[in-house]
Design a protein around this ligand. Structure first.
Ligand code: PMP
Length: 450
């Protein structure tokens, strides 16, 4: 029985991510479209697109061919010189962004954010503003696993065991309308959450603040979607204090939000945009830090030491770039960005009956990303007990639907179910997702009901 053998080796040798003590992992062996198959032949709908990344679905032959062709043409050369896939991809990313950007390639979302932090600090130094070194982000945000990116992360439990982290990071409350940190309701809201950035910049000393980093919506921290005027307000606060705006599009970029990039939904232009996951749909590790042309100009002043001293051996390797180009071709050819928007609209209708369930406090959407906030009681909004959350996820798994849980790592606050299906998900598959969730929440299947 190969599975028993694999499990034995897994338990002996492998250190899993996120849940290292998972002694009974599902061993996946293949994937096609939105579906994964495990070692026992069970099929699962990949409702999280892996970790918010396999947006064009599994098993894409075109991507495999693009990778193989590039491997035999030119597998590797560093970006100290240049190569065609990186040139073409940098140009393509510029087409997808609104504005002119220079593209620096790395391997992971964390890498891309570290690059953004270093560029922000060097930019200010080169402009003679030597003190501007701090970064402000939000509680609940996740920006990566390395010392700087974890410093920017606003979830204490992810950080405590590893401190001291990169220094100079502070946090403000998130735009969490369902549990407004400022006690406001929609009609009394004065965007106190945006104002908190201005207060933090003044409190820290504007001469010491280099940049603000944020996702367009906080995804992993619980699908926290801001009011429409929030991002434009942040942009104008940043402008007022010469603070750069770094937009972390690692999850929201490349169509998840229903537009090419999440910030385009809000009409703001960031100074720096970081991207990863959906850029290759996870077929190969690759990330990018897009830097506005105005910023980049400061790294080209003749004379003096303007070099950005940062090398990344594998960053922007030809194979990953070729994979990204083919992935973006697929997104364009199959019009998957608008399909992502449409999936979101369809899910809004299909999932609305869940709002009647007493354990569903709120359902939030950003394009085709969905958060279902679970509570024990809809009036007090007490977050759902962790065994209730785990029970719902396990019931979905047992019916073949893989969904995720997110929120805050503080015990008891991982109470938001998340769903972000691949963009190739069909209408029938959306019905399937809705019927599994309805069965799990209400205990009846659609067939039983009819
Ligand atoms: N930023 C955001 C918003 C993320 O969700 C993640 C990963 N989940 C990262 C950065 C870090 O990306 P990576 O895991 O590729 O380092």
């Amino acid at each position: 029985d190969p599975k028993a053998e694999w499990l034995k080796k897994d338990r002996t040798y492998l250190w899993h991510h996120i849940s290292p003590h998972n002694d009974n992992p599902i061993i996946f062996v293949s994937g096609e479209g939105a579906w994964l198959t495990d070692a026992d032949g069970n099929r699962y709908f990949d409702g999280m697109s892996g970790l918010w990344c396999v947006n064009v679905g599994h098993g894409r032959e075109e991507i495999a061919q693009a990778a193989a062709k590039q491997m035999t043409t030119l597998a590797y050369t560093p970006l100290t010189q240049s190569h065609v896939p990186a040139i073409e991809l940098a140009a393509k990313i510029n087409d997808w962004l609104d504005g002119e950007y220079r593209i620096f390639f790395s391997n992971s979302g964390s890498d891309a954010n570290e690059v953004a932090f270093k560029i922000a600090r060097q930019y200010h130094r080169q402009n003679g503003k030597l003190g501007k070194h701090k970064f402000i982000s939000r509680y609940r945000a996740y920006h990566g696993n390395s010392m700087g990116a974890l410093g920017a992360t606003g979830q204490a439990q992810r950080k405590l065991k590893y401190e001291p982290l990169g220094i100079g990071f502070s946090h403000v409350p998130p735009p969490y309308c369902y549990r407004c940190p400022f006690g406001q309701q929609a009609d009394s809201c004065r965007l106190e959450c945006a104002q908190a950035f201005e207060d933090a910049i003044i409190g820290e000393g504007a001469d010491s603040v280099a940049a603000v980093i944020m996702e367009p919506v906080i995804t992993g921290g619980g699908m926290i979607v801001p009011p429409d005027s929030y991002l434009p307000r942040i942009r104008s606060i940043c402008d007022k204090y010469d603070v750069l705006l770094i937009m972390d599009e690692v999850i929201c970029g490349f169509g998840r939000s229903g537009q090419r990039f999440g910030h385009l939904n809000y009409g703001v232009r960031p100074d720096i945009v970081t991207m990863a996951k959906g850029m290759t749909s996870a077929y190969s590790p690759l990330s990018a830090t897009a830097v506005s042309a105005e910023l980049y100009a400061c790294f080209k002043i003749p004379g003096g030491d303007n070099h950005f001293r940062h090398v990344n051996t594998f960053g922007g390797n030809p194979v990953s770039c070729a994979v990204a180009l083919e992935n973006i071709n697929i997104l364009e050819r199959e019009e998957l960005v608008s399909r992502s928007a449409q999936i979101g609209t369809q899910l809004q209708t299909l999932l609305s009956p869940l709002r009647e369930h007493p354990n569903v406090g709120d359902i939030r959407f950003f394009g085709s990303a969905v958060g279902i906030e679970l509570v024990d009681d809809p009036i007090s909004k007490t977050p759902a007990r962790s065994d209730r959350v785990a029970g719902i996820i396990a019931a979905c798994f047992s019916k073949g639907l893989l969904i995720g849980k997110n929120g805050d790592t503080v015990p008891g606050f991982m109470n938001i179910l998340t769903l972000c299906p691949p963009f190739i998900t069909t209408d029938d598959e959306l019905d399937y997702i809705a019927s599994v969730l309805s069965e799990v929440f209400f205990g009846i299947s659609e067939e039983d009901a009819s």
